[in-house]
Ligand binder design. Structure first.
Ligand code: ZN
Length: 316
């Protein structure tokens, strides 16, 4: 874990998302070719259809705001950029890359607004998107809960098998729901698994925090991409050996360790951004395949912007 300390304490350089987890290029085998005839250009409406097939709105949590934020369904889409956060840096980068559509995991507008004046950063973002003809689409908890979504991508990255949701979606398929719990191929030490988690996630200033016995042997892993401290009961009822999630606050984490009396579940706290960035390449591949099946040729890129808000950390 030496590299973690070095990385975490380098105040001069904001680590890039690509540093630790370089995206695998999308190979020809992974992306199916369009089913028949020459590929046709896609409209935003066509892309919305494909998105609905992969990450249906019905899978979104009640409090969420998913779907189209800016754009007209009749506009043409030849290039899509996928990112975690609709920050101004991400939006400018998508515009510079010539994207017609930016798909972000997090919503730009989650709560009600009464204006989108360019005097606020959110209003300015809306202006930039509309003025440059760039559509914005949110795939948030619908992408978390879906098969092949954020949590499945994270489980794959960690090498888990036989995964089931920690909490099943209401009226969803058995494979759909919040978080995942599954098994490592073979038992391993907590510190070795933490090293794996650190390695597969993009490099961020905050690194990876662990609570538990370094040499404790684990096999059953629970996870939740993004903030998952509301799922402790589910983690315990599944009798997971370790729980990997983001944004673990003092009290829920402390009380979970007290309740575990030093034993399972151990905790691994990762960057919220990093835990969700892992999904982007899998999501891009899945969307590319559905669009190809529908006979549309659209280029899809994954944003390499690190939108984790933290820049450096001091550790003992
Ligand atoms: Zn999130």
């Amino acid at each position: 874990m030496q590299s973690k300390a070095n990385n975490s304490q380098d105040p001069d350089k904001k680590p890039s998302a690509a540093q630790a987890a370089t995206l695998k290029p999308v190979s020809d085998e992974e992306v199916k070719q369009p089913s028949d005839g020459a590929p046709a250009a896609a409209t935003l409406g066509n892309v919305l259809e494909a998105v609905e097939e992969l990450w249906p709105k019905t899978l979104a949590e009640d409090w969420d705001a998913v779907g189209l934020v800016t754009g007209r369904s009749s506009q043409q889409v030849t290039k899509i950029v996928m990112a975690v956060d609709p920050t101004s840096e991400v939006i400018e980068d998508a515009i510079q890359r010539g994207a017609d559509l930016l798909i972000t995991h997090h919503p730009l507008l989650l709560r009600g607004v009464t204006q989108v004046a360019g005097t606020s950063f959110k209003g300015e973002a809306i202006h930039r998107l509309i003025e440059t003809g760039t559509a914005l689409l949110t795939a948030h908890t619908n992408a978390d809960n879906a098969i092949g979504g954020v949590n499945d991508a994270l489980a794959d990255a960690f090498g888990l098998k036989d995964c089931v949701p920690l909490v099943h979606s209401k009226d969803g398929l058995p494979e759909e729901g919040l978080g995942r719990v599954g098994y490592l191929d073979k038992p391993m030490k907590l510190e070795d698994f933490a090293e794996r988690v650190y390695t597969v996630l993009p490099a961020v200033a905050g690194g990876v925090r662990v609570a538990g016995e370094r040499s404790g042997i684990i096999r059953k892993v629970a996870l939740c991409g993004g903030a998952g401290d509301s799922l402790f009961d589910a983690v315990r009822s599944h009798e997971a050996d370790v729980y990997v999630t983001a944004d673990l606050r003092h009290h829920p984490a402390s009380e979970a360790r007290e309740a575990a009396n030093g034993g399972f579940p151990y905790l691994i706290d990762v960057s919220h951004f990093a835990s969700e960035w892992v999904w982007l390449s899998a999501g891009a591949r899945a969307l590319q395949n559905v669009l190809n099946d529908l006979g549309h040729a659209v280029e899809i890129e994954v944003s390499q912007i690190n939108s984790d808000p933290w820049d450096f950390v001091l550790t003992p």
